[in-house]
Design a binder for this molecule. Structure first.
Ligand code: 856
Length: 289
């Protein structure tokens, strides 16, 4: 190749991988960033930019949890993805939190919604089962090669949310935890080092924010990233159907802490963060530590 042509080719290649800043210096995008630059509309959307597929994990094939459904981006063009395991609440099955599977996977995560061994399992057991589901994802699942096993996270509803706090405290290498209207008799989570977004519902009478989500949030160490999102006028079952506010803040939290994607910080700590008629309270460790 002519020297002038090869210089141009190298410049063009560099531009694919680097952003040119106003200062004239170039900086690499985070290596785990996936998908296009987000917008307020894209974090609210019912589907993200990735095409997805799903595969079933039968109860018989599962070890340490009750089986589930894996939702995953079909593309392998951007490398591996972070992963999320999600537990339902007391007496509920994965169907109760199914909407979160495709909603989060289409933003660029491998997601497993689980059934628990028993629908009566308590939060500590649900925490252990979330970790077993992550182990299944990374070690045994048919999609294991699509997953970055160093970038894992947990979510759950009610007793499943209480379980997500248990899982985070038990496995501090997790990158994010999101209890959704979480329920747990344990209100002391100062030992949790995992960036945690606590989502409460203002009118919840099963896990009242005054005795669950707010004490959870307050007990978390300010040494680690945390946020409290309270859904205005909402009840305990808000996480059981598609909810734009839950999606927006959960996706942003997972992107920021599982993918180390600072493009999403605007939705956690920007001027508009927590400002909505759908939000009755919002607190976070802003600016992020
Ligand atoms: C949907 C958690 C004393 O505790 C309760 O009454 C209670 C009820 C329900 C849940 C829960 O996980 O609900 C999610 O089943 C605690």
């Amino acid at each position: 190749m002519h020297r002038r042509t090869s210089v141009l080719a190298i410049l063009a290649l560099a531009l694919v991988h680097f952003f040119i800043l106003p200062s004239g210096t170039a900086s690499a995008a985070g290596p785990y960033e996936r998908g296009p630059d987000p917008t307020s509309a894209s974090v609210d959307a019912t589907r993200g930019p990735f095409a997805i597929a799903s595969t079933t994990v039968s109860r018989l094939s599962a070890s340490g949890f009750g089986g589930g459904t894996i939702y995953y981006p079909t593309s392998t063009a951007e490398g591996t993805f972070g992963a999320v395991a999600i537990s339902p609440g007391y007496t509920a099955s994965q169907s109760s939190i199914a909407w979160l599977g495709p909603r989060i996977a289409s933003q660029g995560f491998v997601v497993i919604t689980i059934d628990t061994n028993s629908i009566y399992d308590q939060p500590s057991s649900r925490g252990t089962q979330l970790l077993a589901a992550l182990d299944h994802l990374t070690l045994r699942s048919t999609v294991r090669t699509r997953i970055d096993s160093t970038r894992l996270s947990v979510m759950g509803h009610s007793m499943g949310g209480g379980g997500s706090l248990e899982a985070a405290e038990d496995r501090p290498t997790l990158q994010a935890a999101i209890p959704l209207t979480g329920w747990n008799t344990d209100k002391t989570w100062s030992g949790n080092r995992v960036p945690t977004l606590v989502v409460g519902a203002e009118n919840d009478t099963i896990a009242p924010v005054s005795s669950h989500s707010i004490p959870f949030y307050t007990s978390l160490s300010a040494t680690y990233e945390k946020a409290y999102l309270e859904l205005n006028n909402a009840g305990h079952s808000a996480p059981n159907s598609p909810n734009t506010t839950i999606a927006r803040y959960s996706i942003s939290w997972l992107k920021r802490f599982v993918d180390n994607d600072t493009r999403y910080e605007q939705f956690i700590c920007g001027t508009g963060a927590g400002v909505s008629t759908a939000i009755s309270d919002y607190r976070a460790t802003c600016p992020l530590i």
